[in-house]
Design a protein around this ligand. Structure first.
Ligand SMILES: [Zn+2]
Length: 208
């Protein structure tokens, strides 16, 4: 079981200071119909994450309805040209699962998650920055399943000191941060090919 890498912890600190990631708030969220959650199945984290969403629903005065779509890589598998399971059609499979979940359960709030430390991401040599870039690239495809759905991106972190936290990450703020600081800080982490396909400052900007 991996520990949170120091680099990834610093990324979280920097993004929190820049208010790109913030503590999850239910303000403005309609949880009454439940949530579709796309995430890694990590057995060491699942109970904490389900309990978080259960308590959030209860605090909002609604019955928890947590509809999981789970596979290694979570939302990152639907990023264009994702390095997760290339050529296996998993992106279309997951998009179909979202479509079905919405139709079967009438849930219109989709939570697209990544987490750290993520064993699958680590096995591919990805840092948290790579994970965020893939998550941000995945969001427009998830939104396109039904543009009337609300799609939010989250990061679950298991800190080395035992704290576990769920954060919200704004795509609009991430893109602005990337232009202002991120590319200079972390652009070197990306191969030229990946920058072409997954550049977070590309033209596919969707509203947050
Ligand atoms: Zn994972």
């Amino acid at each position: 079981m991996g520990q949170l890498q120091e680099f990834d912890r610093q990324v979280i600190d920097q993004l929190r200071q820049a208010q790109v990631i913030e503590d999850m708030s239910r303000e403005g969220l309609d949880l009454s119909r439940g949530v579709i959650v796309i995430r890694c199945p990590d057995g060491d984290q699942m109970l904490d994450r389900i309990e978080h969403d259960r308590q959030t629903a209860i605090a909002a005065g609604v019955t928890p309805r947590i509809h999981l779509i789970t596979h290694h890589g979570g939302c990152m598998v639907v990023a264009p040209d994702s390095s997760f399971y290339p050529g296996r059609g998993i992106d279309e499979y997951v998009l179909e699962q979202i479509r079905e979940a919405e139709a079967l359960k009438e849930i219109h709030l989709v939570l697209a998650e990544i987490h750290a430390p993520c064993g699958k991401a680590a096995s591919l040599g990805l840092t948290l920055v790579h994970q965020i870039v893939l998550q941000m690239a995945a969001k427009p495809r998830i939104k396109a399943v039904d543009p009337t759905n609300k799609v939010l991106c989250r990061i679950h972190v298991d800190f080395a000191d035992g704290r576990k936290r769920t954060y919200f990450i704004s795509r609009a703020k991430w893109l602005a941060f990337w232009d202002a600081q991120g590319r200079a800080l972390w652009g070197h982490l990306f191969e030229p090919l990946m920058m072409e396909t997954c550049d977070p400052s590309d033209t596919q900007r969707a509203p947050n």
